[in-house]
Design a binder for this molecule. Structure first.
Ligand SMILES: [Fe+2]
Length: 60
């Protein structure tokens, strides 16, 4: 689990699971994307396969 001031967007290139803001774990899947608002608690985990994702932190 981690948090940071910059907002963040993920673009997933593989399977893998994420949680944010106290949500259940979810899997966007290859090509899936999601957004983390500033300061939100979030985490990621792989399964049997490696997790590959691009992400962008946007600081002011
Ligand atoms: Fe993050």
């Amino acid at each position: 689990d981690h948090t940071h001031p910059p907002e963040e967007t993920y673009l997933c290139m593989s399977r893998g699971e994420f949680t944010h803001g106290g949500s259940d774990w979810f899997e966007p899947g290859p090509g899936g994307s999601f957004y983390n608002s500033p300061g939100i608690m979030h985490a990621m985990r792989s399964g049997a396969e490696p997790l590959l994702a691009f992400w962008l932190l946007l600081a002011e």
